[in-house]
Write a protein that binds this ligand. Structure first.
Ligand code: C3B
Length: 796
């Protein structure tokens, strides 16, 4: 496409879609006009992909997920369709600030963290690989809350991305299904009939997801909840206006907010409603699509693969059986077999508090027929495999239900999949030894290198061509360049320029000045005890204390950067946030140490902020208690962007270390096995503290008011936890973390060697592309084939 054609398209949208004259157009208007112009370019490949899928009668993959953390879409769309440079030229020509226009887009935060972001990366890879697929989720009006700090404490505000029009989506009023809840189950001629007591409408909103070079585009279909009747006219006419609007308010509540906690299962009525709402709508939709082309539902597993992203859509099992058995009259056993032939389940965590359970009471109240079917599924399974129950202590265990209803069950890193087999799913694995397969997570190199780090990706493309963007394992072709001083210089230069940009942003938005030559040491992720941000801040405190003891020392300058939100109800995590901010305000104002140490914690960590921070990082903190982080995906993004990892043998860290080489990775801490052993040692925390005076002094600083204006109580909770139960073994891993951190300091001073290690991380991280992950799901789980590339619209 020529620059002038793109310009015409933008100006035409400005005029005819927005009704604006260029003279009066705002940043918003320009951004929307450009987005619509970009969207126009996606529509043709999108249609062609759908037609090709029908023509080939291809198997489709359906990815059911409560969360899609897609972030901003404009830049990605411009890059993937090959018009980024043209778009920049158009706006330069118009005398407008292109960066400002890109940054005007709201960050669509329809997810909490890793699980939701993985789903977004998977959609992009499915499109890049040309696998016919659809993502199904909920169109939340309010995504993950916005975080603010008030006096160092987290304050949550409602997020409102949809107050502006979501320009990427197409509303589909015709794709709507009635979804019922509650009511009774009757028998009619030997068949069960469920008569729900209330119902809402699930209506589809489609966002096209375009792959690299626009060769294929799939759909993200999000369901919004609408009332069956908008207004209760009788009540309205009787003058009760609030009550008249009630049906609408009640229905809309279902797709109103994203649950902000992905680590504890609260058993909330509304959450179960959300889960059933989007799962039931998605199943009806895919069956409707199947039946438009085929008549025998027994062929469903040949044409349909359904991936359950964690247990959130686990009700898909009983719902599919209900549709096939109750509504279509299939034998129960056949219905089970067909359902199991379609369904697969990904487990993302072994944390017991995150494994969903629903009480029989709630399940029976909201989904009475499903509870009956779950009992029947349970009985049928137990007849064949005695000893494992889906229901226990008056609850339905959704992990067990998902496992039993799935053709394949997968973990998200090698270690995690192995641990699944010996912990939560031990008994089920013994009964079904072939069911668990591993699929190590990945990230899309388009967004997480090509787009977010143009300097480094430009350098890579200069060195080895741009084949790596579609085939990230070709990054290994960089290896010979790692011994070339000129290449390394440019590598260092790219990183430094990214750091200068970030430093400027930190100065402008937070008023903290940082030295771009200091090590940028970054820990960004949800705040959680198992992720151990408190281990990091304790080490920061201990380092600061040593610097003060020895102000003439030759310290390696560091900027400790934190980012992340805590679940609103997670008190301990919020205390950690308060502590980090309190430590920051003391350390950043200490004239003795300020040339070596800064602590920076920008509020409201999100996808957009990650895109800013990762390219500028030297060190990636992946310090979870071994056995607790299922995989991690941030760890992959950092390595890809040439940051070195300091980490434990947890989740995908293990595989990252294998790929980049043990010499290019800073390992510390106990293994998962040692962790389990250590926990059984009585007084393990006290023991660790008494052996390490540095740790003792840092913990003491939490108790003596150093970071609390003299208040001894403010951080007592954290201090008591670390020196008491310390379930996550912060104290026991501290000394080794300190040792590894000092090794990092030493290594960073040898700039040439550091650069080589960093470049090797980039060269050897291609395996962590989500293209590799998706290919592996396609062959080992879905039996789905990539389609032939249709056309390269980027070249047109
Ligand atoms: C996360 C895990 O905590 C991460 O280790 C993992 O990389 C990602 O999923 C993706 O697999 N996770 C999450 O974000 N939310 C959950 N409820 C469970 C796991």
């Amino acid at each position: 496409m020529s620059t002038s054609a793109l310009k015409d398209s933008v100006l035409s949208h400005l005029k005819y879609s927005l009704g604006k004259d260029p003279e009066h157009a705002t940043t918003y208007d320009w951004r929307v006009a450009l987005s619509l112009a970009a969207r126009d370019r996606i529509v043709d490949p999108w249609f062609e992909s759908t037609r090709a899928t029908y023509r080939a009668d291809a198997k489709r993959v359906y990815y059911l997920s409560m969360e899609f953390l897609i972030g901003r879409l404009l830049e990605d769309a411009l890059v993937n369709t090959g018009v980024y440079d043209d778009a920049k030229a158009v706006f330069d020509d118009l005398g407008l600030n292109f960066g400002e226009i890109l940054h005007d887009e709201p960050d669509a935060a329809l997810g909490n963290g890793g699980l939701g972001r993985l789903a977004a990366c998977f959609l992009e890879s499915l499109s890049t690989l040309g696998i016919p697929a659809m993502g199904y989720g909920i169109r939340y009006e309010h995504g993950l809350f916005r975080q603010r700090f008030e006096g160092g404490r987290q304050v949550e505000e409602a997020e409102d991305w949809l107050t502006q029009e979501h320009v990427w989506e197409f509303e589909r009023p015709e794709a709507a299904f009635e979804i019922g809840f509650g009511g009774q189950v009757y028998e009619n001629g030997g068949r069960a009939v469920w008569r729900p007591q209330e119902a809402v409408i699930a209506q589809a909103f489609d966002t096209p997801v375009v792959g690299w070079k626009g060769e294929w585009a799939n759909t993200l279909r999000l369901w919004g909840a609408l009332p069956k009747t908008v207004l209760d006219l009788q009540r309205f006419n009787a003058g009760d206006y609030a009550a008249a609007a009630e049906p609408e308010a009640l229905a809309r509540t279902i797709s109103r907010v994203l649950y902000p906690d992905d680590t504890t299962e609260e058993g909330k009525h509304l959450r179960l409603k959300q889960e059933y709402f989007f799962t039931a709508a998605s199943l009806r939709d895919l069956i409707r699509r199947f039946e438009a082309e085929h008549d025998d539902l027994r062929d469903l597993p040949k044409r349909v693969a359904i991936q359950l992203n964690d247990t959130h859509p686990a009700i898909a099992g009983p719902e599919l059986v209900r549709i096939l058995h109750d509504e279509r009259g299939m034998e129960f056993e056949t219905a089970m077999e067909i359902a199991r032939g379609c369904l697969n389940y990904t487990n993302h965590t072994l944390l017991p508090e995150a494994l969903e359970r629903w009480s029989d009471g709630l399940m029976g109240y909201l989904l009475p027929r499903h509870l009956q079917l779950i009992e029947r599924i349970d009985t049928a399974h137990q007849t064949q495999h005695p000893g494992i129950a889906i229901r226990e202590h008056g609850e339905v265990k959704m992990g067990e239900l998902s496992f039993i209803m799935a053709n394949r069950v997968n973990g998200v890193s090698a270690l995690h999949s192995d641990l699944m087999k010996v912990t939560v799913f031990k008994d089920l694995h013994d009964m079904h030894p072939d069911r668990i397969v591993n699929q190590t997570n990945g990230v899309t190199p388009r967004r997480w290198l090509r787009t977010c780090n143009p300097r480094l990706s430009g350098l890579i493309t200069d060195a080895i061509g741009d084949g790596w963007i579609k085939d990230a394992e070709r990054l290994s072709e960089l290896e010979p360049h790692v011994n070339d001083a000129g290449f390394l210089d440019r590598f260092v230069q790219a990183k430094r320029e990214n750091k200068v940009d970030l430093g400027q942003w930190i100065a402008e938005s937070m008023g903290i000045s940082v030295d771009p030559d200091a090590m940028f040491d970054v820990q960004i992720k949800r705040i959680h005890e198992y992720k151990r941000q408190h281990l990091n801040i304790l080490e920061t405190i201990a380092l600061w204390q040593e610097m003060r003891d020895n102000p003439n020392g030759d310290w390696t300058p560091r900027v400790k950067i934190f980012g992340g939100k805590a679940a609103p109800g997670y008190v301990f995590a919020k205390e950690i946030i308060y502590l980090i901010n309190s430590v920051a305000s003391v350390i950043n104002n200490d004239p003795v140490t300020s040339k070596w140490l800064k602590v920076v914690y920008p509020a409201n960590y999100n996808v957009t902020l990650a895109e800013r921070l990762i390219p500028a990082a030297n060190l990636s903190e992946q310090i979870s208690t071994a056995g607790k982080e299922a995989s991690g995906t941030g760890n992959m993004k950092f390595a890809l962007n040439g940051a070195l990892t300091i980490g434990t043998l947890d989740g995908a860290n293990v595989e990252i270390r294998e790929h980049v080489g043990a010499d290019n990775f800073f390992l510390f801490g106990m293994t998962a096995e040692e962790v389990m052993e250590r926990r059984t040692v009585e007084g393990h925390a006290w023991d660790a503290i008494s052996k390490d005076p540095r740790l003792a002094r840092a913990v003491d600083a939490l108790r003596n008011g150093t970071f609390a204006g003299g208040d001894h109580d403010r951080f007592r909770g954290i201090a008591d936890n670390i020196s008491g139960p310390d379930y996550f073994l912060v104290a026991s891993d501290f000394s080794d973390y300190w040792r590894a951190s000092r090794e990092v300091d030493q290594a960073f001073r040898d700039t040439g060697h550091w650069a080589r290690m960093a470049a090797l991380n980039t060269a050897r991280s291609g395996w962590f592309s989500s293209d590799r992950t998706i290919r592996s799901y396609a062959s080992e789980i879905w039996d789905a084939l990539p389609s032939k590339p249709l056309r390269n619209i980027a070249a047109e």
